[in-house]
Structures are given as structure tokens and as C-alpha cells.
Design a protein around this ligand. Structure first.
Ligand code: CS2
Length: 474
């Protein structure tokens, strides 16, 4: 692969677990910017605990790949050289390199091996590592083994930063690590408490799965295929909690916000951006759209989405340095970016993990506000209809969700009855709380589900808006 630059490499100070497309288009670019600014120690050693194993590809490309940032006003190609090493297996001494300062990870929600909605370990998900902690398979098991080795080597503490898009990701990591360590190697517990920190972080950039078109666009610009190449939007944000075990690479110099409390930033992102993506995913697929950009550019859905996004924003406290209205407008523009082909079914994947923080918590704030309540009732009705596995025309929708079998059971049991369907879905643990007990909300979900038997959500929005006058929308 051709190269325009090559910097002197130093031992990497960052170790990352899970160098998937998101990492390569997000944290690896921040590291690249630090390296370009004269910090060659800000390189990354990446470990692929699970397939795809990328070390051979990385070596074949001389450690380089490209990120294509695309928007309507143009595109920019970045050659990234911050992944100094990519390894396909972890080793017990992986945290013992004296140059190491920061461990980051993108494991996906399932990688934390917890009971969804709690911070407790799911024994079934991590049974092997609980039984044989010296030959771990999970990231949690590896981290415990490697931390213990670090402790025994007399090395100082270390910062472990989760970069997954899950609520309070650092607290979750800390809780599962504490429980795992207490149950498998209690001699590590005190040392971990005193020396290891688990900051929360909020990471943001829309990075769709690389499809043929994106792969071809990158290859055309680079002059040859790039098996690690990723296409993404230009927008990027990384907010990290100031809870560090020691010095870390100078992330602040390349735009990372290091703050005392990440929660307001996280809520803003989960509700405004992710909430809009999730609402649009189910409404959009049922209305016949394939990508987020197509659905968000449709005039009927665009108007509805704008109402929804501002209703979400009303539930938030504005984080320091942000402007919620500007953020909401920017979100709508990001979702309309025609050069980002983010498939709605990709966003719809694992929605039972996503709905709580993205939709449910905000819906509860609006239960007694009739117009807003209807926005959420439609989101809920579309989510339920989607998860029955069929749209109004009877076309199959692929369901990829840990609760898929439960969804199928509820759907079969309801036998086409909208009330039973709504009650069945709302009885899921995910909705424990005021939402399912609110009779007015349930009645609206049932009524909308009945409508969605014969019309798409888009047709429903267009019809009900016209009935009520132009400015009111569903
Ligand atoms: C998306 C996210 O697939 C999804 O669930 O909503 O991956 C989203 O694109 C990212 O959180 C953006 O930072």
C-alpha cells in the first residue's frame, strides 16, 4: 500500500481491545492526530479477542489504512498509521509494558457479560471464565488476568476506559470487573480498587458497516483495495471522565473533552442522536426505506423527526459548552447525510438493549403531555410492529435481537390482537416503570398498532397530520 508519510514509531502507550470499524474511524484517528502533532508514543497496540482477526491484513497493508469522511460538501481521505500493532491473541503480560498508559475497549454491549439492565455478571455468559480464570476467553477475564500480572510485577495502576455506546460504560466495566475479580482472584480486589480507574466516556461518530459502495469509493481514492478502510461522517466527539490512574497521552490537544461528569453529554447523545436513529429505524423500515439518510430526507418523516428530536431535547439538562438546539439541528443534518449509507436494519439490531436509554426514559417525562406522548406512542407502536417480524404488507423483517425468541412468542400469543400485542411487549422487563402502567399511553399504542396493520407509519403520520392541520404532527 502506498504511503505519503511515516512517523518514527515508539512503544505504544494505548492498548485497545476490539479494533472494529468504529474504533478505526474514531479513537484511532484521535491517536493519529496526536502522533502527527509530535507524540509518537500515542500509538495503539490493538487486540482482536474475537473474529475478525485482523493482524494478517494489518501486516499486509504495512500497518496503514484509510478513513473516508463523507458529507454533501465533499469528502476527505485520511491515511491512518496509529495502529502500530494488531494482535489476534491476548497474552497474560499484555498490561505489563512500562510504556502503557491507557487501555480502551469497544467490546459491544454483549462483551460486558452482564445481565441487561443491571451491572451484575450474567453467570451463563461468563461461566467458562468463572470456572477457569487462568485461561480466559472474555475481555473481562483477560483484563482480570492481565491486571493481576501487572500487580505482581509491581507496576503502577492503569486507566481502563470503555468506549462502548452503553450507559455509564465505565461504571458497568468497573462493576463487572469487581464482581469477576471478587469471585475468581480476590487477592487482586484491593489493588484494583486502589490503583485502577474506570472512567466513563461518550464516543460519537456514525460509522456504518462498510458496504461494497464504500469499499469501492475508498479503493478508487487510494488506488487499491483497503481491507481495513472505513467510511464515516466527519462529525466526531469523545468526552472522557477525569478519573485517571496516571498520565495518559495528550487527548485534550486533539479535541477530546475531559470533564468531571460525562452523564449530561451521554444523555444528550443517547436521547437526541441515538433516539432519533432508533425511532427512524423502525418507522423507516416499516415505511419502506433502507437507510437512515433516505428516511430522514423524506419530507413527511423529516417533519415528524424534527418534532421528536426537540421533544427528546426537552428532557435534558444542557451539558457545559453545548447548545441543545444547535445539537438537535446538527443531528437532523447528520442523519440526512446522503453519503452515509447507514442501514436502518443495522440500527434496529439489538434494539432491546438500546430502547431504554434512547427512548423509554424520555417517554416517561412526556407521559402527561398529550402531543408529545403521541410521538412516543408511535415510536413504540412501530418498534412493536417491527419486532413482530412483518410490516403492514406482510413482508418479512429480519430480527437480530437477544430477545428475538420472546418477541416471536408474544407475537404468536397475541394472534393479531393489537391490545394483546401491546400489552405483551410492554410487559417486558425493559418497560418496568411508569410507561406500561399509563393507561392513556397504552391506549394510544394500541390504536396506532391497529392503524399500522393496514398503513405504513409514514402514511399514518401524513394522514393524521392532515386531519389535524399542518402544524400538528401525529
Ligand atoms: C447506532 C449507533 O447502530 C446503532 O445503534 O445508533 O451505532 C450510532 O451510529 C453511534 O452511536 C453514533 O456514535
Amino acid at each position: 500500500m502506498t504511503s505519503e508519510r511515516s512517523q518514527p514509531k515508539k512503544a505504544p502507550s494505548i492498548l485497545h481491545i476490539g479494533p472494529g470499524a468504529f474504533h478505526r474511524a474514531h479513537q484511532a484517528l484521535y491517536a493519529d492526530a496526536m502522533i502527527r502533532a509530535g507524540h509518537p508514543e500515542a500509538g495503539i497496540r490493538a487486540i482482536c479477542l474475537f473474529p475478525p482477526h485482523l493482524s494478517a491484513t494489518h501486516a499486509a497493508q504495512d500497518g496503514r489504512y484509510h478513513v473516508l469522511l463523507r458529507e454533501e460538501s465533499g469528502e476527505r481521505l485520511h491515511q491512518v498509521e496509529s495502529l502500530y500493532e494488531v494482535l489476534d491473541t491476548a497474552t497474560e503480560d499484555m498490561l505489563c509494558d512500562p510504556a502503557l498508559q491507557l487501555v480502551t475497549m469497544t467490546l459491544t454491549e454483549k462483551g460486558y457479560c452482564h445481565v441487561p439492565g443491571t451491572q451484575r455478571l450474567d453467570d451463563d455468559a461468563i461461566s467458562g471464565d468463572l470456572a477457569t480464570p487462568d485461561s480466559p476467553v472474555s475481555a473481562i477475564g483477560w483484563l482480570a488476568l492481565a491486571l493481576d500480572r501487572r500487580r505482581r510485577a509491581g507496576l503502577p495502576g492503569i486507566t481502563l476506559a470503555s468506549c462502548d455506546n452503553v450507559p455509564a460504560n465505565g461504571r458497568l466495566l468497573e462493576a463487572v470487573m469487581r464482581e469477576f475479580v471478587a469471585r475468581t482472584r480476590p487477592e487482586l480486589s484491593d489493588w484494583m480498587t486502589q490503583n485502577v480507574t474506570f472512567p466513563v466516556s461518550m464516543v460519537d461518530r456514525i460509522v456504518p458497516r462498510v458496504d461494497e459502495e464504500a469499499g469501492a469509493a475508498i479503493a478508487a481514492l487510494v488506488g487499491q483495495p483497503d481491507a481495513l478502510g472505513v467510511a464515516a461522517e466527519p462529525f466526531s466527539q469523545w468526552v472522557l471522565e477525569r478519573r485517571l490512574a496516571g498520565p495518559i497521552p495528550p487527548l485534550e490537544t486533539v479535541g477530546v473533552q475531559i470533564v468531571e461528569d460525562v452523564a449530561p453529554y451521554e444523555l444528550m447523545k443517547h436521547r437526541i442522536l441515538n433516539g432519533a436513529q432508533t425511532a427512524l429505524a423502525h418507522i423507516g423500515v416499516l415505511s419502506g426505506f433502507s437507510t437512515s439518510a433516505e428516511a430522514a430526507a423524506d419530507p413527511v418523516l423529516a417533519k415528524w423527526l424534527s418534532h421528536f428530536v426537540f421533544a427528546q431535547a426537552e428532557t435534558l439538562i444542557c451539558p457545559a459548552g453545548e447548545d441543545l438546539e444547535a445539537y438537535a439541528r446538527l443531528t437532523l443534518a447528520r442523519l440526512r447525510n446522503p453519503h452515509i449509507r447507514h442501514r436502518l436494519t443495522q440500527i434496529g439490531t439489538d434494539s432491546s438493549f438500546k430502547l431504554g436509554q434512547r427512548i423509554v426514559e424520555a417517554a416517561v417525562c412526556h407521559l402527561d403531555h398529550a402531543d408529545h406522548r403521541d410521538l412516543y406512542a408511535l415510536v413504540m407502536a412501530a418498534w412493536i410492529q417491527y419486532n413482530t417480524g412483518r410490516d403492514a404488507a406482510g413482508r418479512a423483517i429480519p430480527i437480530d435481537d437477544p430477545l428475538a425468541a420472546r418477541f416471536a412468542q408474544i407475537t404468536a400469543g397475541a394472534n393479531g390482537d393489537s391490545t394483546q400485542l401491546a400489552e405483551g411487549f410492554l410487559a417486558l422487563d425493559l418497560f418496568a416503570g411508569p410507561l406500561r402502567r399509563h393507561r392513556g399511553f397504552l391506549a394510544r399504542v394500541v390504536s396506532m398498532l391497529s392503524s399500522l396493520k393496514s398503513e405504513t407509519p409514514r402514511a399514518f403520520i401524513a394522514r393524521t397530520s392532515a386531519d389535524r392541520g399542518e402544524d400538528t404532527i401525529c
